[in-house]
Design a protein around this ligand. Structure first.
Ligand SMILES: Nc1ncnc2c1ncn2[C@@H]1O[C@H](COP(=O)(O)OP(=O)(O)O)[C@@H](O)[C@H]1O
Ligand SMILES: [Mg+2]
Length: 226
């Protein structure tokens, strides 16, 4: 079967809580993302954006509906399938998730460690190159502790890009950045999408970056607004 979409979502619903506390947070979501496409997802806080992103990133079990990533069905999938898929998915989440005891350069190098057949040296050179792209060439040796919030976010972005993912999921990636850096970062994500035919899904509140999108999706109260 030819896979024409990186992500195919059909009638995906999701609930949190048990018994009387059970609450529907995603209501029959359907959309596709094509290879090389940049899709922006907006919507008020609490409408279900992060939940949807973690489902697509194979970090959560799909409860209802079809969710295919690179043609692999996630509903009812095996742990091994999800692990394998996650190798091709770059994730930039709020909170950065940098390793505290590693320098900026080492954190980014970890991303490139997933690439097969590359030497230590070329991975290190690539890490430096990505850090230069996000404007951190002078902070290579710093630990996360010594970086600002915006700098940490840029390290997290460089790390995700270093793995050359086929799908990149970013949750409010520009929230902690000034407008110039925010612009540079989304342009970089777009460049990755173009050059490597990667798909990019960005959750954002940032009106300054909406024009980067090939397509805008709007969510409200667990539903996509047509
Ligand atoms: N782990 C969880 N357990 C229970 N409820 C959750 C959990 N995560 C999120 N929620 C709730 O689900 C809804 C959607 O949350 P979320 O996907 O984080 O929205 P958004 O990212 O759009 O702000 C919110 O009402 C939130 O409180
Ligand atoms: Mg969120």
């Amino acid at each position: 079967m030819a896979i024409s979409s990186s992500v195919q979502i059909k009638s995906v619903s999701h609930w949190f809580g048990k018994g009387t506390m059970r609450r529907k947070v995603l209501n029959s979501i359907s959309f596709d993302i094509a290879p090389g496409e940049v899709v922006l997802l907006t919507g008020p806080s609490g409408c279900g954006k992060t939940t949807l992103l973690t489902l697509i990133g194979a970090l959560r079990k799909v409860q209802e509906g079809d969710l295919l990533v690179f043609g692999n069905q996630l509903r009812g999938s095996r742990r091994k399938t999800r692990q394998e898929l996650r190798r091709h998915i770059g994730m930039i989440f709020q909170g950065h998730n940098l390793l505290r005891c590693l320098t900026a350069e080492q954190n980014v190098q970890m991303g490139a460690d997933l690439l097969p057949g590359t030497s230590y040296r070329s991975r290190r050179d690539q890490a430096r190159e990505w850090l230069r792209e996000v404007g951190l060439q002078d902070e290579l040796r710093k630990l996360p502790h010594d970086l600002s919030g915006g700098q940490k976010q840029r390290v997290a972005i460089a790390r995700a890009l270093a793995a050359r993912p086929k799908l990149l999921l970013a949750d409010e990636p520009t929230a902690a950045l000034d407008s110039v850096t925010g612009r540079e970062v989304v342009d970089l994500l777009k460049k990755l999408a173009r050059e490597q035919a990667s798909s990019v899904l960005i959750v954002t509140h940032d009106p300054r970056i909406l024009d980067v999108a090939d397509r805008l999706l709007n969510m409200e109260d667990g539903c996509l607004i047509p």
